[in-house]
Design a protein around this ligand. Sequence first.
Ligand SMILES: Nc1ncnc2c1ncn2[C@@H]1O[C@H](COP(=O)(O)OP(=O)(O)OP(=O)(O)O)[C@@H](O)[C@H]1O
Ligand SMILES: Nc1ncnc2c1ncn2[C@@H]1O[C@H](COP(=O)(O)OP(=O)(O)OP(=O)(O)O)[C@@H](O)[C@H]1O
Ligand SMILES: [Mg+2]
Ligand SMILES: [Mg+2]
Lengths: 528, 528
Amino acid sequence: IEKFKELSPAQFFARYREVAGFSNPARALYQAVRELVENSLDATETHGILPDIKIAIRQSIDNPRFYTITVEDNGIGIQPQYVPNAFCKVLFSSKYVLRQTRGMYGLGIKAAVLYAQMTAGSYVEVITSPVNSTRIYYFKMKIDLGRNEPLIFERGSWRKSREWHGTIVSLTLEGDWPRAKQKVFEYIKRTAVITPYANIVFVSPDEELVFFKRSVEKLPQPPLEVKPHPCGVDVELLKEILRNSSEPVINVLTKSFQGVGVRAVEEALKIASIEPSKPSLKLTDQEIVKLAAVLKGISIDALIRARESTRAATVIDMLIELEVPATKDALTKLLNDLNIDPLSNPRSLSDEAIEAIYRGIAKLYPKIRPPSPKALSPLGEGIIEAGLKKIFNPEFVKAISRRPRVYQGHSFIVEVAVAYGGGVPSSSEPTLLRYANKIPLLYDEKADVSWKVIERINWEQYNITMPAPLIILTHVCSTKVPFKGVGKESVADVPEVERELSLAIKEALRALRDHLVRRMKEELAKRK
Amino acid sequence: IEKFKELSPAQFFARYREVAGFSNPARALYQAVRELVENSLDATETHGILPDIKIAIRQSIDNPRFYTITVEDNGIGIQPQYVPNAFCKVLFSSKYVLRQTRGMYGLGIKAAVLYAQMTAGSYVEVITSPVNSTRIYYFKMKIDLGRNEPLIFERGSWRKSREWHGTIVSLTLEGDWPRAKQKVFEYIKRTAVITPYANIVFVSPDEELVFFKRSVEKLPQPPLEVKPHPCGVDVELLKEILRNSSEPVINVLTKSFQGVGVRAVEEALKIASIEPSKPSLKLTDQEIVKLAAVLKGISIDALIRARESTRAATVIDMLIELEVPATKDALTKLLNDLNIDPLSNPRSLSDEAIEAIYRGIAKLYPKIRPPSPKALSPLGEGIIEAGLKKIFNPEFVKAISRRPRVYQGHSFIVEVAVAYGGGVPSSSEPTLLRYANKIPLLYDEKADVSWKVIERINWEQYNITMPAPLIILTHVCSTKVPFKGVGKESVADVPEVERELSLAIKEALRALRDHLVRRMKEELAKRK
Ligand SMILES: Nc1ncnc2c1ncn2[C@@H]1O[C@H](COP(=O)(O)OP(=O)(O)OP(=O)(O)O)[C@@H](O)[C@H]1O
Ligand SMILES: Nc1ncnc2c1ncn2[C@@H]1O[C@H](COP(=O)(O)OP(=O)(O)OP(=O)(O)O)[C@@H](O)[C@H]1O
Ligand SMILES: [Mg+2]
Ligand SMILES: [Mg+2]
């Protein structure tokens, strides 16, 4: 007979630490360094502070299996009343808001603390001083696994004697520096390359010191919290927004979302057959499902899927089945204007026809503005090209930073770059450098959506023959990067993101092709 | 200023559904089918019932984006008092015990219910009748995300009119059958191939019916729950075991672990300098850390790591640094007996020397029996070879089922097979068929530890030249498979598991090489 039981989030991630990236001592050492560094960069850059980050890994003298990792930053610090939960309560975070940060899960530092506790029985020590505080605070803690609560063993505070704000975090855990070394150095270097405004110092267990000195005094525009975008919003989020208020639904929707004015909301409610003055919490489940579909609008991906999966025998019936907000006559006219026979078989629609229908239909939906980019903080073509030139000294480099798009209510920007020739080493497949929310991703390359896109590329189409000296850099930044796992090593193939990566990479490769063609003509001209 | 917040496990996995495998409609449809089928196989096979599983996916008539998945089994059913939490409380499970099952996280069905709720606003419907019950129970439910609690909308029960036990689960969600089709069929087929004792019926949205008929009437031995094995046990688990009792620590340890008798526990306590009669809950943190290290013993992997990361200048000092439980004289004698100079540089130790030292040191640790295989349920060489012959009709097939090993207190068995020639298609890299706890893994192949091992193989050493008609099947079964993510698509490179896979694959490839060499000789002989 089966024994049923519940686990706390702390017990769950302690037991299944591999899903958070702590699968072996080398990987755990790497992951713990990442979690601390990513928290420090969030605490500085996101708040308009030029980052000064110090990272030290020391091997324990009495037991060489154990390493002590200490990371110090000059960030905004943490208010003392939040420190215990921030470091010792799993699924507790200040980054659950819609704003691009490296952190997102409320798990990172806790997963490292759990691993340290389990392998070395050790405590996490935190020294922090918030920006506007006159005091410095000290905590020595562990996680109570069963309750998912902090256990505080020591605490103290004292007045600041000098102008300092920031945080120092220290943990001791079982690691494997020889096997982690190459990845840790690569991670820090690839981080420094795209954060030229940061000072990063790293001292290794072999007592090597590496100093990435700030080469740029100007911070990028920090991202700002925004409201969700209605496109792709899910039923549960919409419910949560609506059920909290007895105000008329038209008011609640207008102030809860970005990108929609009163007229667009009115239109959406009309299509969903909902009375605008109806109190928000009185909406029925069916009305909410209908409203979510209308707000979501139609995406080109949904049209493509409909072409393949519809049971309708004609294009006009396929559109009706998709519940496009228009009369049959209006849709028939739209199709006729596009020279598409409404009674033709949906399977016969070309991709161009789908795009044309998409643009036509989009006009029928409520006017929803594109997502605001202010929650995002892309790298920018300048930083990407400068970084690639610095490391590789290529003959050609081209970065593309796309416009903001939306998936599931989250705005995102895709940036890519290609570097070719010069100091770039030749290889049988392109060297892929992946980033997500400015974090370098070093593992699980072939499981990543960027690789899925690259695998499909027909290199001949771009005048490239493998082996070739080709580097492709990809950066996906979003208010929610759809990582495949909480260890943040690869990005999932969400259709909208995959599509943007594909368009961006092809755009960059076309620029490379033009360069290669031009260079070939110049060489031919020289020989004559 | 940062806004701190806590998420419930339901809110967390709803928000970050990609980490559970629900990254796009096609993938979500696949994952939901998996979660239901894996629960049904656990409810039958694990309990000595020959499985009859029926799977139906129907496309919704009014909205072709939505699909209703229904899975029925003849398993042990679920007692009504547990149904609401089993289906609607994230991190609630009957499989948190040490016994091989497909399920392990207490998340699977809930992740599918969350996705269904978010995309279609739908309910999960469950009909179940436990084996020994006279009634059938019905529930229609949703998950309260904020509280991580079930919301029951309808419930009922009635007397059974015929002899039936089992469970029927139905959910409606946004899917994409055309893009999921190939993977869903492959998943069901690869499941059927290794469960020849199961009847599996599948009806697709295109109304194709596939019937995998039972070809074997005998079930494999069901796995039985065991106690943890002390090798690799972590500090937190040891604490949990010890802090619950005021009995003498020698008693608590002997009855809480498998593989250790009173003498072995006495010896371990002596090495850790702990009084055997000391009340278990009085052990200090330092004593528990020391005890965990002694119970863990020394693994060959730890010795290899020590060789690379030790600060000791001599082999004898490296062993002392590892806290091997013996005097300096005893260790010096051990090394001299192995013809290893105790004062030599650790870096100069060959792999064979490491192995010899390992075997010598293992004798110094308490006698701990190898893990019991009764918690495991391997496929067995017979089923694997029969399955490969059936699908591929190869010229050569060889399966290897290794002995049980341990990592982090969990027993595991690695099974591999190679199939070559005959009907096997030729390709530039081997075709890899991965399984874990009898679940076929279809995604993230290159991120899997099996691929990491295969990538390092020098094919020439086995008389194989690529492209070749070669299939490699791997199966890792354990009381805890170290998956990389809760979507269960790839296995993490835990050192002990990676090592076993490497040894097993090489063993199978040597058998293939012998076959190829023999065949080549026969061909040469024929020509003479
Ligand atoms: N160095 C730091 N400076 C300021 N705040 C910090 C620092 N480190 C952690 N925090 C705070 O602690 C919280 C929890 O950190 P944690 O790493 O567990 O989660 P996260 O960063 O929010 O998300 P993720 O799990 O993706 O890393 C953060 O949200 C942040 O508010
Ligand atoms: N068809 C079924 N028959 C009997 N019990 C079931 C069935 N489906 C689910 N259960 C019960 O519900 C529990 C929760 O299922 P769920 O899939 O969420 O988690 P799990 O199978 O334990 O782990 P995992 O998340 O790895 O799938 C199971 O542990 C099992 O006890
Ligand atoms: Mg973090
Ligand atoms: Mg399950």
